[in-house]
Write a protein that binds this ligand. Structure first.
Ligand SMILES: Nc1ncnc2c1ncn2[C@@H]1O[C@H](COP(=O)(O)OP(=O)(O)OP(=O)(O)O)[C@@H](O)[C@H]1O
Length: 551
């Protein structure tokens, strides 16, 4: 209610601004709003999708030039802007696609965005007949008040649309994908797709911001694509605060006003002051003004919450065969052969433990089943289906759940939000067993601060909420004390008994293996050298030789 009142008061104030402000101040406010929309647009990429762009002025400049060139030719602004948005979106899709193909997207993203900005600046300087060259093109406007209302209404409508999107399933997926892509993929989110869409949306919003800027500025010239503007928008966003709506607008309006009022006479001092503010914010208030206010208001509770989106269950096709069948799976890293023709099957309702000395290839095998690595040869069938072409999130949709050696949860969210996220991608609504209900109700804890055993429990609860038919576990008891480890073994056996799901567990600790396994497979130098009950494996001479080091 307080939020609605605050938004209404702000809307009234902004609507009434032309009645109380002079033409110069109103023009500065209009410019600040256009820059604010630009900062909000950048936030969709940097703040929300975690994709840093240091050349976002490229998209802004395309919008500004579209309006300027259009006016030069007597074309109406709206249809002229369409192609500019399309070009921006295509560039953004390519840049995000290339960036996200890399394990660390930051470096390619920085280079590409920087390069595209410089390239467009060079093009704007060179194609004089179209762009006016270094002098640029002048743009006229119908009046200061009309320009202000146009900017206000377009920015408000665009922001409202984006907020609506961010408050739904897309927003929830983006929160997870940007923070922990590994776990997000395990909740059946196509993280690359979600983040790429956010980057493209960011480019489109920035292009519209550029189009709004052109008539207010009155002149569009090559520096509109430049590094100075790309850096300024990063500063506005960092100071205002990422993942906020008001923060970027507030910072852009205040800092633009500062630059316009002080810039001409105090130019060098203003730039120095701005740099000092930026360093202070990055060092002392990394969340910016909005982030600091949010953290203060939510003291001790998670600063980030998952948008309350409704799950849309997507039933999976019925199983046609064992949960997992591997035939002749091989994998090499360069000249090193790690897996060499592995055959293995895991039937429903059974737990198979994979043991073997260090470097035997156990984790590599698990990664191939999960879809993180591709096998060089052989086949992987999940529930009767060849999954060679399926990425991680699609295998999760088939019913694969995964627990990692170090529990992987969305650390910034509460346990309840983590479980909500898992339910969002589940093929069916799942009632969690009673021992996980405390986590499902915990809205106040920050998941990253939970004790290791509770984080492990939360990870298991997330896997269970996804209604898995095959759970992959990599040393699930690593780091746990003996009591917590025994409790985990009991919990996993309960899961098998109650859900009938299959498990494939990589484990070193023979106590855990004895408590968990229906079958044990021993891997040595990339080959399964024995497969049977725990007693058979312990008595196997080849296993003793390879694994236990006994003769
Ligand atoms: N991405 C990679 N690039 C190069 N070599 C790798 C890669 N991943 C694993 N290896 C090598 O493959 C071999 C098998 O590794 P893997 O982690 O699968 O063994 P493991 O049986 O799980 O061992 P541990 O029990 O110590 O975890 C090791 O020699 C490892 O160094």
């Amino acid at each position: 209610m307080r939020k609605v009142l605050a938004i209404t008061a702000l809307a009234v104030l902004l609507a009434a601004a032309p009645f109380g402000l002079g033409a110069f101040t109103l023009a500065i406010l209009t410019l600040g709003l256009a820059y604010g929309l630009f900062a909000f647009g950048l936030d969709l990429a940097w703040g929300r999708a975690g994709l840093l762009s240091v050349g976002h002025a490229a998209f802004f400049g395309l919008g500004a030039y579209a309006v300027a060139i259009g006016q030069d030719h007597g074309w109406p602004p709206v249809p002229t802007l369409g192609p500019a948005i399309v070009v921006s979106v295509v560039i953004a899709l390519l840049v995000a696609g290339i960036g996200l193909a890399s394990a660390v997207p930051d470096a390619p993203l920085i280079l590409l965005t920087l390069g595209i900005g410089l390239l467009l600046q060079k093009a704007a300087t060179s194609f004089t007949s179209v762009t006016g060259g270094s002098n640029g093109l002048s743009v006229s406007d119908t009046g200061v008040v009309t320009g202000y209302y146009r900017t206000l209404v377009v920015a408000a409508v665009l922001v409202a649309l984006c907020v609506w999107l961010l408050r739904g399933r897309f927003g929830a997926r983006l929160v997870a994908a940007a923070r922990n892509p590994e776990r997000a993929e395990q909740t059946s989110i196509d993280t690359k797709r979600v983040r790429t869409i956010a980057f493209a949306l960011s480019a489109a919003v920035s292009t519209v911001a550029g189009a709004l800027y052109a008539p207010v500025a009155g002149l569009v010239s090559p520096p509109v694509f430049g590094l100075a503007l790309s850096t300024s928008v990063l500063v506005w966003l960092a100071v205002g605060g990422r993942e906020s709506v008001l923060g970027p607008f507030l910072a852009a309006v205040v800092l633009t006003a500062g630059q316009q009022l002080l810039g001409s006479s105090w130019q060098s001092w203003y730039v120095l002051g701005l740099a000092a503010v930026f360093v202070f914010v990055v060092q002392v208030l990394p969340g910016g003004i909005a982030g600091t206010a949010r953290a203060w208001l939510r003291r001790g509770r998670p600063a980030v919450t998952l948008p309350r989106a409704k799950p849309r269950p997507r039933p999976v096709p019925p199983s046609d065969g064992p949960a997992l069948v591997l035939r002749g799976v091989s994998k090499s890293f360069g000249p090193v052969s790690v897996l060499d023709g592995v055959d293995l099957a895991v039937p429903p309702g059974r737990c198979v433990c994979l043991i073997g000395p260090n470097g035997a290839g156990k984790s590599t095998l698990l990664a191939i089943v999960a879809g993180q690595l591709a096998a060089d040869a052989g086949s992987v069938r999940l529930f009767g289906r060849d999954v060679a072409a399926l990425p991680v999130h699609d295998r999760v949709r088939l019913g694969v759940g995964r627990m990692f050696q170090i529990p992987s949860v969305i650390g910034e969210l509460s346990p309840a939000d983590n479980i909500r996220l898992a339910r969002l991608g589940a093929p069916a609504a799942v009632e969690l067993p009673a021992e996980y209900r405390d986590l499902a109700a915990d809205e106040d804890a920050v998941a990253s601060t939970l004790a290791l055993a509770d984080r492990r429990r939360l990870e298991l609860a997330m896997v269970l909420a996804g209604a898995p038919r095959l759970v992959l576990l990599d040393e699930p008891a690593a780091g746990l004390g003996p009591d917590d480890a025994r409790q985990l073994v009991r919990a996993l056996r309960d899961v098998i008994a109650h859900t009938g799901c299959a498990m494939l567990v990589v484990e070193h600790d023979m106590e855990i293996v004895r408590g968990l396994a229906d079958d044990v497979a021993a891997l040595h130098q990339g080959r399964v050298i024995a497969h049977g009950s725990m007693d058979e494996i312990v008595a196997d001479a080849a296993v003793r030789q390879a694994y236990l080091g006994a003769s």
